[in-house]
Design a protein around this ligand. Sequence first.
Ligand code: FAD
Length: 552
Amino acid sequence: MSVQQSAPPKSNSAYDVVVVGAGFAGMYMLHRLRGQGLRVRVFEQGDGVGGTWYWNRYPGARCDVESMQYSYSYSDELQQEWDWSERYASQPEILRYANHVADRFNLRGDIQFSTRVDRAVFDEDENIWQVATSDGKTVTAKFVVLATGCLSNARKPDIKGLESFAGPVYHTGNWPHEEVDFTGLRVGIIGTGSSGIQSVPVIAGQAKHLTVFQRTPNYSIPARNAPLTAEERKKFRDNYPEIRRFAREEARNGIYTEIPDRGALDDGDNERRARYEARWQYGGLTFMSVYNNLALDKAANDTAADFVREKIGEVVRDSATAKLLQPTTYPIGTKRICIDTDYFETFNRPNVTLVDIKTNPIAEISAHAVRCGATDYEIDALVLATGFDAMTGSVARIDIVGRDGRTLNQKWAEGPRTYLGLMSTGFPNLFVITGPGSPSVLSNMMVSIEQHVDWIADVVGYMHDRKLDTMEAEQGAEDKWVAHVNEVAWTTLYPQANSWYMGANIPGKPRIFMPYIGGVGPYRQICNEVAAKDYEGFAMTRAERRQKAAVS
Ligand SMILES: Cc1cc2nc3c(=O)[nH]c(=O)nc-3n(C[C@H](O)[C@H](O)[C@H](O)COP(=O)(O)OP(=O)(O)OC[C@H]3O[C@@H](n4cnc5c(N)ncnc54)[C@H](O)[C@@H]3O)c2cc1C
């Protein structure tokens, strides 16, 4: 067990690395860099660690990658000793895990909580970042790592009259720390993405009445969540080396599962149905791994989409409601597939109403109601499950100024541009973890986070050993990578959906496919090859000033 702390800064405000964010990415980044003897400061706007699991405390929140895989792999002791209680851990348990990691690796001393990074300016004369924080101070650092999260900038919808609503308004992505009790209340929820789908059954069980306002229905697969037995945990633990290796190197999405050996149209109707049924009964995200062409071939995809639509039709008793809940406008899996516990069953409850706001948009919110067309749906409390300004939202909220006074927001105005999702030309020594242009949200994020952290820690060590001052993505390498990311995306069905992968949930946001779809295994290989070729595509410099100092 490591009990290291950062070496003391040269001055109180000079660091080797500033890390922004103390979610799973920021915590591991701190641990790795500190292990290399570097002076590190983490700034976190929340007052605790855990990121996503600190903010998303809504009822029903839990992971959708199985806990035994949605966990750090970097410490075998940690993965052997931590007991996950359920197949999919709930938010409180994941937050306990994050806190356990912070204590076990003695991280808190180097994290400054309740402090936002507002601005980071690259000083080209000194090759140093000036980082201004919400407590009015400025620190300097050679490197800045943005561990700001892909789904951390909660999106409040722009609905007329929202501020005039008399009751409480909650956002799933910024839920109060105190328990919210909906007993006896008429509750409205806007949004039926993953957070809506997880919270609807729980809120419906408590509220007097729940009105669900749905714009786009989502494909959702039963989670089949259950307590984990000691035997199940042991099976994972005994096989962790292979499970983790497979997730990193072979799985496209960082999840250990069988690799399909055929396409959906290679089987006859009965065989195909039996396979879908088996996965439906097994539950979880691996439903999409039944066949190897569901993301590529529309006819193949239709067979899976039809199966799920049929299931929805079987579960939901009212046929008009079932029809509204059946997605038809985009291929299955091209928006992040959801995992639920009794979501569709909930619409059979007498205290739940589904309102279609696609054909009948919300016109206005008044003190006590949500108005759609001529109908007022009276409510006492409102839940916004309206998602995030994904992937770039939290980065955009920081005023980042690179070479020649150019801001990252100016550079990314037409969509984010990176080399390998890790760096952007014009912004030396600035890294992004799970940024646009990397597999990121298309993967088990723990796998992607650990890969990025290790890669960044290694290159920082490489530069340190060679006394290099700056590292920057070359323009040509970045252009080629952006073209490659797009090219791969357009060979799949993904761009057919208006998803948050495309920025489509944010009015005015440029539509480009942000994550890299080539798979975590091939992506890791590319990153490793780049590193092996002395960081090909990155320009590294040693400042004149330093060279002179070294000579004298
Ligand atoms: C409800 C929900 C469920 C999810 N389930 C899964 C799952 O099952 N499997 C999976 O792989 N992924 C899942 N994800 C994605 C999840 O975000 C990642 O798995 C992971 O937790 C991201 O970690 P992170 O450290 O990169 O970012 P985050 O956890 O988002 O942490 C970023 C931190 O940076 C802080 N921050 C941002 N900007 C600033 C600033 N300017 N100054 C200071 N601090 C700042 C934020 O406050 C936040 O604490 C889920 C996401 C949500 C919202």
